[in-house]
Design a protein around this ligand. Sequence first.
Ligand code: SF4
Length: 402
Amino acid sequence: MQPTLFEGAKRLVYDDAVELTVQSMQAYGPAHDHWGIAWSGGKDSSATLTLILHLIEVGRIAPPRSLTVFYADTRQELPPLAISASRIMDQLQRRGVRCEVVTAPLDKRFLVYILGRGVPPPNNNTLRWCTRQIKIDPMTAALEARLDELGGGILMITGVRQGESAIRDQRIVMSCGKDGAECGQGWYQQVLPAAKGIRGRIATLAPLLHWRVCNVWDWLKIYAPSPDYGGWATREIADAYGGDEAEEINARTGCAGCPLASKDLALDTIIASADWSYLSPLKGLKPLYRELRLPENRLRKAGFEYLKDGSRAANPQRMGPLTFDARLMGLDRILSIQAQVNVAARAARRPEIDILNAEEEARIRFLIAAGTWPQGWAGDEPTADTPMDTLFGDGSVQPLLV
Ligand code: SF4
């Protein structure tokens, strides 16, 4: 007989972990009529989503009056995870679970913002605009709309997970840069409750906080796919992280070619498998994002900048947006990466990718043709590789040596 998670003589390795999850849901769930689940398609949030639904289905936790799943789609997701997410969405639909796909508005999407508006790709030294703009802000807007519909508060369930240190340390470390983390989950936990428009109307809960990564793999690979636990399409998620070696690889997931991750660990793992090797042109994204940040591809303020109150900005001659030539070069390269992948996909009868669609491409070309620059830039500034006097923050000037 198939062992169950909750009964029988055979105690499962993670029985206690599930039990703690049940207890936290029983403690906090009933205080909220409406629940939401912040899901990004990665391992932790997918485990959270499918386990919570299973626990409701088998009567271990009482269902809320309403449950809404918010799938955060950045349009840059790693393809195997995006494909699994779409299969799980079909399963949610068949069960009658409401699932909203949350995407940034066209002009705020990652590639449109970079190539259309000209804002350089983020890096670790700059303000990290991407997570807020393509994940947090759209999630806030979706939640605000849902809250207005429901007329009450929402308990937002996230996939933040820290393993046993969560119990030991009694505190939550929210770093999205951590190995094995899913970009965004920590932010949903930490930033959403204070976001304008929904402040005071949402509470957050991370019911898998204490789970070890092996618990997550066991759930995704063995239990969740079995009919007794819901028959979820989660096995492919574990495969995307490296199958049996997933635990050692411990890849952080988010956008393909994420400029903030030190290595393309997740993508490297994916293309190492024969089924996904046709995605290897995506390896060109990260170097492209790095190249776009080079001085020859950007404008620079020539002199001191003054703020509205008349004071001098601290950072003279700062580098700024991407030139039109650089944007068109970037657009061309991304389209060619996508085309290479899709030619190989069709030949091998594998799923195609869609990181830049026709609407987004047209919008980028429109914004470039309309001469669009980010706020504070006119487009007549010199390119950042132009030799010029050196200005210092204290107001001193070192003339250009000729
Ligand atoms: S995965 Fe990387 S590029 Fe995508 S939102 Fe997160 S930090 Fe930004």
